[in-house]
Design a protein around this ligand. Structure first.
Ligand code: CTP
Length: 436
């Protein structure tokens, strides 16, 4: 079980933080609480102290009777600095509720209270759960501050919508149900079940070199099927996710080959690139590279249909009134590769699905294509996915018997971090297969 540091800032929702502590301690986690001075107007230290069984701190100048230790831990012999020791001992720092004022200070790096100095000193994953009036939440200042935090790898939990504290007010800004908050925290705690951590950077020292000797094949971008000598049928994939995956795998020391379908982005250093245009070219290149790879990350958007008889020159509009294109299906490259797999290879597919049912559709593809994992993102959302530098994905992994599917949610983060979280899941999958 883990050590969770909870930062409580001033807002009506502070009362829900009590329930969060109750659930977390009941689940076996040891919890310490730091409060902002304003939060004490809503809930006093005594309540948190009673539930955690540990002193609650408000000021960095206050003596900590527990010397930064969490319940169950031996306090150090010498008196440490509270804000450093508390976060040094914590596996996760969750700030809930986070008021607009606290979020602004966190974004600016202001450390004028213990909650803020703990945030600056934290090396563990940090979760921020905003709770406030909907107008304050939707104010451009708050939106920009939350974006800054996300870009720094902080996990920002989207508030719920509904009735707000002030009479008659409805909208977004409610602190999520404490049980859901705890579930999110548990997902972020490394080693606590099916977890993907998006807060770590791809250059995290723990990753450097640990994929040495591993051969990784990545496909990226979107294929183009010619209609005539200048036109084609294409798709919106820019290749960002695949390029991020190739870079992240290379940063771990893997030997990486990138099959790039019409990717205009800079290629990561140290990665061998093979450029392709059409689905058929991508298929031929993948079939050539696949036997030598240990991990296949199939992030490319491959055309499902190609023009049956592309015109040789340029089709002139004067030539006809109605232009009919006859399309014929392409081969499913991934299914073909999965059928030819050898032991020890890990195959990961990517599914861009639209709206509700995205995860269920991806689950079907995981099984139908014979994959080890599938990464699904919801393309109905404009803030993630195609040609955007952020993504939020769900990863489904097939169990040993392929009957039991595990689910890993990677919160919205820059694609480089999402790539790293995907590689974490691949690493776990390979470890569990190797040991099982
Ligand atoms: N894929 C492939 N060959 C194709 C189509 C898709 O290898 N002709 C791969 C993609 O690279 C991706 C995975 O299959 O990793 C899922 O792609 P997706 O387009 O979501 O699946 P489809 O099987 O094409 O299903 P849909 O009908 O939803 O497009």
């Amino acid at each position: 079980m883990s050590r969770i540091l909870l930062g409580v800032s001033g807002g009506i929702a502070a009362y829900k933080a009590l329930e969060l502590v109750r659930l977390a301690t009941a689940a076996g986690h040891s919890v310490r609480v730091v409060q902002t001075p304003a939060s004490r107007r809503f809930v006093g230290e005594a309540s948190f102290a009673a539930l955690t069984g540990a002193p609650v701190l408000v000021s960095e100048f206050e003596r900590d009777p527990a010397r930064g230790a969490f319940p169950g831990q031996e306090p150090p012999p010498r008196e440490p600095l509270s804000h450093l020791q508390l976060v040094a001992n914590a596996d996760l720092y969750v700030i809930a509720p986070a008021s607009a004022n606290t979020i602004a200070k966190l974004a600016a790096g202001i450390a004028d209270n213990l909650l803020g100095s703990c945030a600056l000193a934290a090396r563990c994953p940090v979760v921020v759960a905003p709770a406030m009036n909907n107008h304050m939440y939707e104010h451009p200042a708050t939106t920009a501050n939350l974006q800054t935090l996300r870009e720094r790898g902080v996990e920002v939990v989207e508030p719920d919508s509904g009735r707000l504290a002030s009479e008659g007010e409805q909208g977004i800004g409610r602190l999520p149900d404490p049980a859901r908050l705890l579930a999110i925290c548990e997902q972020l705690l490394v080693g606590d079940g099916p977890v993907a951590v998006a807060g770590k950077s791809s250059s995290s020292p723990s990753h450097r070199g640990d994929w040495q000797g591993l051969r990784v094949l990545v496909t990226a971008g979107g294929t183009r099927e010619p209609i005539d000598s200048v036109r084609f049928l294409g798709n919106s994939s820019s290749g960002r996710m695949g390029v991020a995956l190739a870079g992240a795998a290379r940063a771990r020391g893997a030997t990486v080959t990138l099959v790039a379908a019409n990717v205009a982005l800079e290629r990561p250093d140290g990665v061998a690139c093979r450029d392709v245009v059409t689905a058929a070219e991508l298929q031929a290149t993948c079939e050539d590279e696949f036997p030598d790879c240990d991990v296949l990350l199939m992030a490319a958007a491959v055309a499902d249909f190609t023009v049956a008889a592309p015109a040789q020159g340029k089709i002139k509009k004067a030539d006809r009134e109605l232009l009919e294109l006859h399309l014929q299906p392409t081969a499913d490259v991934l299914t073909g590769l999965a059928a030819a797999r050898r032991d020890g290879q890990t195959l990961v597919g990517f599914a861009a699905e639209h709206g509700r049912g995205a995860v269920d559709d991806a689950r079907e593809k995981l099984v139908a294509k014979g994959l080890d994992a599938i990464v699904v993102n919801d393309i109905s959302r404009p803030d993630i996915g195609f040609d955007v530098d952020a993504n939020e994905v769900t990863i489904l992994t097939a169990g040993g018997e392929r009957s039991e599917v595990q689910r890993w949610d990677v919160p919205r983060a820059p694609k480089a971090q999402v790539a790293d979280a995907i590689l974490d899941v691949v690493a776990r999958l390979r470890e569990s297969r190797a040991s099982g």
